[in-house]
Design a protein around this ligand. Structure first.
Ligand code: UD1
Ligand code: CA
Length: 438
């Protein structure tokens, strides 16, 4: 079997280029003034690095993705290990060029490496593929991705050889740029494609004669140029996708862009979201058609909402599954719970983990629940605590009812059977069972 396929590929005229992706994620992120590594700061509800890995994994399989880690390496590795990518440790962080030096052995079997920045999460699959194909077609040693930014400050600038073609003379970092160079709006995105043999033949020529005394990967443009190697640039027509996150304000801006994009995607699918700028919806959230989301709603984690629901303002809903036709009145907080179709919850209900609200049931104001099952059509409308409780169908739980589920040592269960009527201000000391129709 293996023999046949080897024969096939060697006889094929268009041999596949072996492409790896390296993601630089070893830096500390000094400019954030944070105790947490930069690439683990969150945008759109998950670490910045997770977005970059997810995009890379749509271009090559995880075994060909090499994440270069260093600062707080164990934490970064643990946060993204489930993606199945490879890791390279850059023990000392002496610059982006030094990061690629650390990857030499791992990348040696490949022909082309696409280098991504672990702190720039908006890069798209299409652009990575275009960059890779452009690099191959140009037969270049290095291809950098550039973008025209209205405000290029803080980024390296692309110094082209001429306006007529894609040839690059050098990349100049902001700190080393002259006044006329600072006026250049074409910036180096920090994404590159390299020919692996050319990169490692010349990487030893990088020096540290710069503001940070670091090995800059950007200097490879000039280094390769001096050795008569081809260095070219491909400009993206979507400048926003290259934005990085060196500063807190940039992280917040990236988060806002991702959130708005998620809202627009949901609206395309038939969901109404009023004042989307005020809503925080994580990327994995699903919502059915004709559901209306009011201003200032947060939908987090793996929350799934059915069709024809209305989620009113100021509710924070995390990892919760909501059926069709449910109304969530203002100010509810929910975690790891379930609400069946046509139920009404709120205002100000708090559903703690394991709350299972039945079809057409009502949970009213200032009702707290934890690990409960509220049966079909049952109601608990006012000022109530229900914990470790099973409630049947058609039950009415009066105002101020409390299940005393905890005796100081252990939790106990309360069972309320179908059709029970519980009057106001009742205290149910568990374990207790209230029989059908009582
Ligand atoms: C870099 C580029 C700059 C470009 C910008 C785009 C250099 C010298 N400059 O600047 O031209 O405009 O990106 O966003 O490359 N990292 C390591 N190991 C290190 C140092 C950094 O893995 O030793 C990682 C960081 O974690 C980060 C990425 O490399 O994810 C880029 O480093 P960063 O310090 O953010 O570079 P910039 O100053 O933004
Ligand atoms: Ca950066």
């Amino acid at each position: 079997m293996a023999k046949t396929s080897a024969k096939k590929s060697s006889s094929s005229s268009r041999r596949e280029t072996r492409v790896a992706i390296a993601i630089m994620a070893a830096g500390k992120g000094t400019r954030l003034k944070s105790k947490h590594p930069k690439v683990l700061h969150e945008v759109g509800g998950k670490p910045i690095l997770s977005h970059v890995i997810a995009t890379a994994a749509k271009v090559v399989p995880p075994k060909d993705i090499f994440v270069i880690i260093g600062h707080e390496a164990d934490r970064v590795r643990a946060a993204v290990a489930s993606s199945g990518v490879q890791f390279i440790v850059q023990a000392e962080q002496r610059g982006t060029g030094h990061a690629l030096m650390a990857a030499q052995e791992a990348l040696a079997p490949y022909e082309q490496v696409i280098v991504l920045s672990g702190d720039a999460p908006l890069i798209t699959v299409e652009t990575i593929q275009k960059l890779s194909a452009f690099h191959a077609a140009q037969k270049a040693a290095m291809t950098l991705l550039s973008a025209d930014l209205d405000d290029p400050s803080g980024y390296g600038r692309v110094i082209r050889k001429s306006t007529k073609n894609a040839d690059v003379h050098a990349i100049v970092e902001e700190k080393a740029a002259s006044a006329p160079q600072k006026k250049i709006r074409e910036i180096n995105s920090g994404f590159y494609a390299f020919s692996v043999p050319a990169l490692y033949k010349h990487i030893g020529s990088l020096g540290t004669d710069n503001a940070h005394r670091e090995y800059y990967l950007t200097d490879m443009a000039a280094v390769l140029g001096r050795s008569k190697q081809k260095v070219v640039v491909m400009k993206t027509s979507h400048p926003a996708e290259v934005l990085g996150s060196n500063k807190r304000s940039e992280i917040v801006d990236l988060d806002a862009r991702l959130r708005l994009a998620k809202c627009l995607e949901l609206m395309e699918e038939g969901v109404t979201i009023f004042y989307p700028q005020t809503c925080v919806i994580d990327s994995d959230v699903e919502i059915g058609t004709d559901t209306v989301i009011e201003p200032f709603v947060q939908l987090r984690g793996k929350t799934k909402i059915g069709s024809d629901c209305r989620i009113r303002s100021y509710s924070v809903i995390n990892n919760t599954e909501i059926g069709d036709g449910v109304v969530v009145l203002p100010g509810c907080v929910m975690d790891d719970s379930r609400i069946a179709r046509n139920a009404t919850v709120g205002p100000y209900s708090r559903l703690r983990p394991g709350s299972d609200i039945g079809e057409g049931a009502h949970l009213g104001n200032f009702v707290e629940t934890k690990k409960i099952k509220l049966g079909k059509g049952s109601k608990a409308n006012h000022l109530t605590y229900l914990g470790d409780t099973e409630i049947g169908e058609g039950v009415n739980v009066g105002a101020g009812t409390i299940t005393c589920n905890y005796d100081g040592n252990a939790k106990h269960k309360t069972i309320i059977e179908d059709g029970v009527f519980i009057g106001s201000d009742s205290t149910l000391v568990a374990p207790v069972r209230i029989g059908r129709g009582a």
